[in-house]
Design a protein around this ligand. Structure first.
Ligand code: MG
Length: 206
């Protein structure tokens, strides 16, 4: 599997109206961003380990964007041109800790909480990307990049106004509606049609 070693993983919250609504939130007026540590990355086939401190670990299927070259204060067009790969990703989240902590570093940052598939090619139209998430073979989430509140070039441009994006950095672009909890023994799979897929078994952390 090709190496994936981002200096940072920048994630976007509430970027699909249906998901913002299902958690009782409004759609943000500008992108809501947070970070996951690179130490949370696992690849296709590796186990998501449920930490004992959480009673509500949830899947979030997402379109992952790999940045191909350094971006700083980039325009949307510059950002679009710098996208070098697309990967299926799972922004695994301890929802109970996300709510109780107020900020999200712990809830989003456990080891194994960022599953990333093989990096696929960038299609001509980023808005045509479609995403699905299945748990034990049952479809739980479906989304299309067209339904994002802020599209991929706008997200990268916005982020690059705050922090320089380095070649190899990974941006997770938000999850559509339909999030739900994971249990030991589940298999969760995120697929970007025709581009990338990541499937992971779920185990209790010992
Ligand atoms: Mg997410």
């Amino acid at each position: 599997m090709p190496n994936l070693a981002p200096s940072k993983i920048v994630c976007v919250g509430r970027n699909y109206a249906a998901h913002a609504r299902e958690l009782g939130n409004d759609v943000p007026k500008e992108p809501l961003i947070f970070l996951k540590p690179p130490s949370s990355i696992i690849r296709h086939g590796e186990s998501i380990r449920l930490p004992t401190v959480s009673k509500q670990v949830e899947y979030e299927g997402e379109i992952g964007v790999v940045v191909g070259r350094r971006l700083r204060r980039a325009t949307a067009d510059e950002a679009r041109a710098a996208v070098s790969g697309i990967a299926a990703a799972n922004d695994v989240t301890a929802r109970d800790l996300q709510k109780s902590d107020g900020q999200w570093t712990r809830a989003k940052g456990f080891d194994t909480f960022c599953a990333v598939g093989l990096i696929g090619d960038v299609p001509d139209s980023l808005t045509s990307l479609t995403l699905s998430c299945r748990v034990n073979g049952t479809v739980r989430q479906e989304g299309c990049a067209r339904d994002m509140v802020f599209d991929i070039p706008a997200l990268l441009s916005y982020i690059s106004d705050i922090m320089t994006l380095e070649a190899g950095d990974l941006v997770l672009t938000g999850t559509p509606g339909g999030v739900g909890t994971l249990s030991p023994g589940d298999v969760v799979e995120v697929e970007i049609a025709g581009v990338s897929r990541v499937s992971n078994p779920v185990t209790r952390d010992e």
